[in-house]
Structure formats: structure tokens, C-alpha cells
Design a binder for this molecule. Structure first.
Ligand code: MN
Length: 131
């Protein structure tokens, strides 16, 4: 079954990289560039996985994850956080907010896909199999 993924990312290059990788593996991707649109988009899509940038204008990724975790529609949705800052305190703050996985930027393509499939399983019938 095709997996639905929502990407929340304000950096256009990262957004395209993540989208292209996920689509190449068969996922159905929705992109969100403005953090203020993220919750409504996730509530509408009910994705199988969310890729969440942490450094976002207006609402941080940590805050968005906290908001998801108190929303009955989104509390169990797997979240993979991506962030440029990979300090130890940062990772525990992101995990405490409710992220299921944490990948630091610049991402390794192999590590990214591995982490995504560990959370969501195979992304779609049309995509390359990675087993
Ligand atoms: Mn950002």
C-alpha cells in the first residue's frame, strides 16, 4: 500500500531532496513550507509518516510535534525530525517532544531512507524495494 508522507520544511532545497527521495521509493508526498499550515495539512492528510524540520519560522518543529501529540488524530503518527543542529541537548529535546526518530542535516541519503522505512515500512508498490 502506498504510504502518505507529509514533509514540513522551509528550505526549498531540502524539501525537494526529501520529496524526490520519498517519491522515488513510491510514497505519496505532501509538502508544507509554512509551519502555520502544518497542523491543518496533517489533519487533512492523516499521513503514515511526517518528516519534520525543527528550525522553522513562526512555529518550531518541536512545538509542532508537541501539538501533534495532544491531537487525537495525530498523536500516534510517526515523526522523523531533521535538524541542522545535532547537539546532544537538542536531540533529547526533540525526542522528549515526541519524535520517533532524529536525523541531522546534511542528511546521508542511505541513512535517511533507512530511517524512513524503519518507521513507515516499505513506502509504496511503485517504488524501488529496499529490502
Ligand atoms: Mn528550517
Amino acid at each position: 500500500m502506498t504510504k502518505k508522507v507529509v514533509i514540513v520544511e522551509d528550505n526549498e532545497l531540502n524539501l525537494r531532496l526529501f520529496r524526490d527521495l520519498l517519491e522515488a521509493h513510491g510514497a505519496q508526498v505532501t509538502t508544507v513550507r509554512d509551519a502555520r499550515d502544518a497542523l491543518p495539512a496533517m489533519q487533512a492528510e492523516r499521513p503514515d509518516l511526517v518528516i519534520m524540520d525543527i528550525q522553522l519560522p513562526h512555529i518550531s518543529g518541536v512545538e509542532l510535534i508537541r501539538m501533534m501529540r495532544v491531537d487525537p488524530a495525530l498523536e500516534k503518527t510517526p515523526v522523523m525530525a531533521v535538524t541542522a543542529y545535532a547537539g546532544k541537548g537538542d536531540e533529547s529535546r526533540v525526542r522528549e517532544a515526541g519524535a520517533d526518530a532524529y536525523v541531522s542535516k546534511p542528511i546521508s541519503v542511505a541513512r535517511f531512507v533507512e530511517a524512513v522505512e524503519a518507521l513507515a515500512g516499505s513506502l509504496g508498490e511503485g517504488g524501488r524495494r529496499s529490502s
